[in-house]
Design a protein around this ligand. Structure first.
Ligand code: NOJ
Length: 712
């Protein structure tokens, strides 16, 4: 397809139309599908609608075919619509929420999740997914931590790349692959006070060293689109931020894909106070390098006048249209506008056995055993009761799974019974409503499983909390179990780190997040020890909301509080210590692992050399299991202050009972560097602390020196 020639045949209105994204019901009024926000009152005319370039969200193949057909019949130029949707952690086979999946520290699971999601979503004729969401998340109040990959830039980068590759496959033209739209550019994860859509303000050094890494990794992995964020960066809304969209994206990162606003975010720059009206917003958007506007009508209503009056150069419009049409061409839509959409493919692929099995395998690696006094794995022939608000829950898909069906999921009771566990009592009543008779029944049990947490609507977009304790007095279940002297195992369904301080007296806590379509089957296999838990936290769990933001890779400050040393004029609280409840990287196994002494092949490292680090880990228990070993480093003196620890590598190996495995890592001088304010790598010689351990707190360390000159 010669895109430049095609552009020449388009009227100015048709060109502008390519930059408009609206919901499917505009094309077929009966298709009133729910999308986030109200898009019904945009006041668009039929003439504008049938020039639009893309569609936000679609339910299934029949709907997609109907919309595309209607559009092609009515539009003059017959350029197919491109269909985009939020396929975040599954289409109908739902995988664990991204935060949970990240606790697997298994990048290949992200690849699998994305590949399966793309295959299923393609059956509905979806061409682009608004994923991955790579915003660094360090504030558990923010509801959107559920969609993110945690607080660490390195882990984020690795998992992001796998997701993009999984969605896009080797050739976008082939049926079954989706173009990936990474989001939300930039720094959306740093919204003040964890309140969605709030202001972001940070130094450029921090921006590049921490927050930019995921977006860049996605682009390096080939992501074809990028979505702007709702927040400001340097005071300018990201959607019209020229520095972000032109200098960083186009000039520095050489991104040649499509940029898109978030939902209505071009119009919302008026609320931000940087444009008087939609007309001004249109100018700012196109000049900044924003290609598609999602669910607002600034371009479609005002760009033409601005181009005709000479305020906006036609070349800016043409370059944006070129990128959109190029994507359509690369996706093969000119050859087949209905690409992939097929009810037969839907029947064969959606929620098929193979996909469900893969979702279960992912779920098995995505739960974190936070505490365990030895009560788990469950021993045989115990009489067990399941109580708590989620005792009967099938709502395990979690936020951003709008094609998924919770009603097809199993309850924990069914899953455990299927494994032969004696579940004798199940109740989701409140503690205070138990009758004496019910209490007597519970007293007959050998132990209680407490199904606690948050519901699906308590995290996700716009679902922030100022208090991160278990909602609705659920801590009472733990005290109740104590009161009737029954051992208790907490199974936590939730979307964000919680303050679990008041439930530590439970005998075990299994952090199960929202594990998707096969959640309860996986939880049952973990509780019974058919599978050994191996997940490790990717967000720090605080002891109190007052400690937030709390993350392991912080700067040291000039007056750091040293644990155990009483020094008034240091950074601490009068009423709580600085330590987290559970640190980044924490997670238990039913096996026990012994770490040998770490070995470095050198303590003097020269540029162009590689440092090798090894540690032997022995499974000293009778149970086989995975162990994730983490490599951290600290730059002890640099031209800017560097974090007290930065993850630089990790490995997850299966270690059989009594076996020893050597974990080997490599670091090059590049790995020891950092970004300057423009995002360029700086490598400075000097001393570095190299650390290896089972989590971010329990590490052994050695010092090395990086020398500038090449060894002769
Ligand atoms: C708003 C959300 O911020 C974004 O992540 C999502 O992709 C769009 N809505 C479209 O649903």
């Amino acid at each position: 397809m010669n895109i430049n020639n095609l552009i020449k045949t388009l009227t100015i209105e048709e060109k502008i139309g390519q930059l408009l994204q609206i919901a499917p019901f505009f094309f077929i009024q009966e298709l009133e599908k729910e999308v986030s926000g109200n898009i019904t009152d945009l006041g668009l005319t039929a003439s504008k609608i049938f020039k639009a370039g893309s569609v936000l969200g679609i339910g299934n193949a029949t709907e997609m075919i109907q919309v595309q057909k209607r559009y092609l019949e009515k539009s003059r130029h017959k350029i197919p619509l491109i269909f985009m949707a939020d396929i975040i952690h599954g289409y109908q086979t739902i995988f664990p929420i991204p935060l949970a999946l990240s606790t697997s520290w298994n990048p290949s699971l992200f690849h699998t999740m994305a590949k399966v999601s793309a295959l299923e979503a393609s059956t509905a004729g979806i061409h682009v997914t608004f994923a991955p969401m790579v915003d660094i998340t360090r504030d558990p109040r923010w509801g959107r931590v559920v969609e993110g990959l945690g607080e660490d830039p390195y882990l984020n980068r690795i998992m992001t790349a796998q997701m993009v590759k999984g969605f896009q496959g080797d050739d976008l033209k082939k049926v079954g692959h989706l173009a990936s739209c990474v989001k939300h550019f930039a720094a959306y994860g740093a919204v003040e006070a964890g309140r969605d859509y709030n202001t972001v303000d940070m130094s450029r050094t921090r921006l590049f060293n921490e927050y930019m890494q995921g977006y860049h990794a996605a682009i390096q992995a080939g992501a074809r689109m990028i979505m702007t964020s709702f927040n400001v960066v340097d005071g300018v809304p990201a959607t019209v931020n020229k520095h972000l969209l032109r200098t960083v994206l186009r000039e520095t990162w050489k991104f040649d894909g499509v940029t898109i606003s978030d939902y209505d975010s071009l119009h919302q720059i008026i609320e931000h106070g940087v444009a008087e009206n939609d007309s001004e917003a249109a100018i700012l958007g196109i000049k900044a390098g924003l290609d598609i506007e999602m669910a607002s009508i600034c371009y479609v209503n005002y760009l033409k006048t601005h181009i005709e009056s000479g305020k906006v150069d036609m070349a800016l419009l043409d370059e944006a249209v070129y990128r959109v049409l190029k994507l359509k061409d690369d996706l093969g839509l000119f050859e087949d506008p209905y690409k992939g959409a097929s009810t037969l493919r839907e029947q064969a692929l959606v929620r098929c056995e193979d996909h469900l099995q893969k979702a279960k395998e992912a779920a098995l690696e995505s739960a974190v055993l936070l505490t365990n006094d030895g009560i788990l794995p469950l021993s045989k022939n115990k009489k067990i009761g399941i109580i708590g608000p989620y005792a009967k829950t099938k709502q395990t898909n979690g936020p951003w799974s709008w094609h998924g069906r919770n009603d097809l999921n199993q309850t924990l009771e069914d899953s455990l019974k299927h494994l032969g566990v004696d579940i004798l009592y199940v109740s989701d009543q409140k503690v205070e409503s138990y009758t004496d008779e019910e209490i007597n029944v519970l007293k007959q049990m050998d132990l209680l499983i407490l199904a606690l947490g948050e519901n699906e609507r308590e995290s996700g977009e716009a679902h922030n909390r100022s208090d991160i304790k278990l909602p609705r007095h659920q801590e009472e279940y733990v005290s109740f179990a104590k009161r009737i002297m029954k051992p208790s195992i907490v199974v936590l369904y939730h979307g964000r780190p919680l303050d679990l301080t008041n439930i530590l007296s439970a005998n075990a806590i299994l952090d199960a997040y929202f594990l998707g379509s096969m959640a309860n089957q996986a939880i049952a296999e973990l509780l019974t020890g058919i599978h050994n838990p191996s997940g490790k936290l990717t967000m720090t769990y605080p002891k109190s909301i007052g400690q937030v933001p709390l993350y392991y890779n912080h700067l040291n400050t000039g007056r750091p509080k040293v644990k155990g040393i009483d020094n008034e004029f240091t950074g601490y609280y009068l009423d709580i210590d600085n330590e987290p409840l559970f640190p980044f990287g924490h997670g238990l196994s039913y096996a026990s692992f012994f770490y040998g002494q770490m070995r470095l092949d050198r303590h003097d490292l020269h540029f162009h050399e590689t440092l090798k680090i090894e540690v032997d880990v022995t499974n000293t228990s009778e149970i086989d299991g995975h162990e994730i070993v983490q490599l951290y480093m600290r730059d002890l003196a640099a031209s800017i202050s560097r974090p007290v620890k930065e993850l630089k590598g990790f490995q997850k190996h299966w270690i059989k009972s009594k076996e020893t495995i050597t974990y080997s890592f490599q670091l090059t001088p590049d790995d020891l560097g950092f970004s300057d304010e423009q995002g360029h790598l700086i490598i400075e010689p000097g001393r570095f602390q190299i650390m290896v351990g089972k989590d971010s707190e329990h590490v052994q360390s050695e010092i090395i020196r990086l020398h500038e000159e090449v060894k002769s």
